[in-house]
Ligand binder design. Structure first.
Ligand code: TMP
Length: 217
């Protein structure tokens, strides 16, 4: 748990609208005089961004699930030590686009790694550090992947292989499993996790998120 600040994570499958909602929430909190740091995983530090390229780009490599897990936690430990913990100690609100729940959902439920192994590595690397609040944007994979593919098509990549769609390219069953994973994580930690129906309009989703945040502050 954070010492003084507040650590919020956004989670969900592909095309769930996390980035848009994080930007909206960050703007509202900043307008209300709060210091907000927005960040993302994998990434958040220059080292973590290098690992991100390996993991999410089409030509990043054919990593096994265990290798993905270790790369993700290598990036995560740098992220927590260099960015997240110092900001929380400074009293800031930190909003991260994904964190360990994504590893539980993608590498565990999606790629089939035992959840217990994910938990063991998590405890080894982070101890009992975890988000104060997690917002899971839930969307059926068919809808989310459609949105995500449209976004990727509109983005310009210097090279074809740099396109960040390594996970989008996996079959629909993978995405169904990880959606189920997020729902089960939320059920097992109802205090920390809230699920929001992300098929609703952008404004309605933003309003629901704001209601949750107001409740907690
Ligand atoms: P995104 O920032 O567009 O959501 O892309 C990040 C990708 O990385 C996404 O496909 C999910 C994947 N990912 C994992 O598989 N495990 C993780 O722990 C994290 C943080 C991300």
């Amino acid at each position: 748990m954070s010492a003084e600040g507040f650590f919020i994570t956004f989670e969900g499958g592909e095309g769930s609208g996390k980035t848009t909602q994080i930007n909206r929430l960050s703007r509202i909190l900043t307008d209300n005089g709060r210091r907000v740091i927005t960040t993302r995983e994998p990434g958040g530090t220059s080292e973590g961004e290098k690992i991100r390229s390996l993991l999410v780009q089409r030509e990043g490599g054919n990593w096994s699930a265990m290798a993905e897990l270790l790369l993700l936690f290598a990036a995560r430990t740098m992220h927590v030590e260099k960015i997240i913990r110092p900001a929380l100690e400074n009293g800031d609100i930190v909003i991260s686009d994904r964190f360990t729940d994504s590893t539980r959902a993608y590498q565990g439920y999606g790629r089939g790694l035992e959840i217990d192994i994910v938990e063991q590595v998590n405890t080894l690397v982070l101890g009992d550090f975890k988000p104060d609040m997690t917002i899971i944007l839930d969307v059926p994979p068919e809808t989310g992947l459609g949105r995500s593919k449209r976004r990727l098509a509109s983005e310009k990549f210097a090279e074809e292989g740099a396109c960040e769609d390594r996970f989008e390219q996996l079959e629909i069953d993978f995405h169904r499993c990880l959606r189920q994973g997020f729902l089960e994580i939320a059920q097992s930690e109802p205090e920390r996790c809230r699920i929001i129906d992300a098929t609703d309009t952008e404004d309605n989703v933003a309003a629901q998120i704001l209601a949750l945040i107001k409740d907690r502050f």
